[in-house]
Design a protein around this ligand. Sequence first.
Ligand SMILES: Nc1ncnc2c1ncn2[C@@H]1O[C@H](COP(=O)(O)OP(=O)(O)OP(=O)(O)O)[C@@H](O)[C@H]1O
Ligand SMILES: [Mg+2]
Length: 318
Amino acid sequence: MGSDAVLEVTGLRKAFRGIRGGRRVAVDGLDMTVPAGVVHGFLGPNGSGKTTTLRIVLGLVRADAGAARMLGRPVPAALPAVLRQVGAIVEQPQFFPAFSGRRNLRSLAGIAGLPPGRVEEVLELVGLRDRAKDRYKTYSLGMKQRLAIGAALLRSPRLLILDEPMNGLDPAGIHEVRETMRRLTREGASVLLSSHILAEVEQVCDSVSIISRGRHVRSGSVSEVLAGRPSGEVLIRIAAPEEGIQILTEAGFGARRDGTQVRVSGVTDPALVTERLAQRGHYLAELTPVRADLESVFLELTGPTEARPEPERKEGTQ
Ligand SMILES: Nc1ncnc2c1ncn2[C@@H]1O[C@H](COP(=O)(O)OP(=O)(O)OP(=O)(O)O)[C@@H](O)[C@H]1O
Ligand SMILES: [Mg+2]
């Protein structure tokens, strides 16, 4: 394995018992490498196996096949040692509803043998200092989420694993979580963040692994994943847009007004757009290729996700 990886899974597989005695394959031979020192996005549609994968590497569920290494050690075998250096929120953490946020963290810190001062640092880090003395049950969803992140940060983890950490957070809360993750990586820690929301990953992650139906489909830096993926669209500016649209439509392109410009689709070679228009006496003032965004790459790689029946496989057919 690459020595720079904080997590590497190979051939990971997990099937759950489905209806009619069938097997539902949640993780289907997954390979994934999470590099050190970055915020890495673990991206996939609903039901694609993200939570199951994270539960496997944290020892909450047993894989049927495959191997995983976390912080260089095989897991689950080495989990007792490895977990000291890992903070995770995968399951909803259990806090005492009648205890304050501070008291909840203090009891967790006590179990971990950490000084109360660490609790104050963490409360500051997650922006809960002002509400630390209030009972947990009076917290908003976002505050509960931040307390959970605080709990995961208590031990100053080398690796922080967060399953959909932005759920239920308002923009300010999302901003704080993002800042917290960036700060952690500046301090040398690594973050693995699962999400099914692209914009979230695009904004905070350095690199990404995309999965679909329990399988790895693509990974790399966010820019690598986008690289070499022209959208097939260009924006052009011409003096007579309506005539230009007609010429381009006749030539087989898609063309429509987009503000003061014309958006041309179905473009494999922008030179053809220039040529067609010039042949008819129209000259471009501007031509800008439209960059594929992560959203379209994601949809292209993972296929439609809405109302897709779960892959159901009978035992013995695998
Ligand atoms: N304990 C379980 N028993 C049966 N099936 C399960 C169990 N846990 C997960 N699954 C199934 O495994 C598949 C993957 O689920 P998983 O929760 O890992 O997906 P996910 O990528 O985390 O989705 P989401 O984005 O909705 O959180 C789904 O089809 C799910 O129904
Ligand atoms: Mg999940």
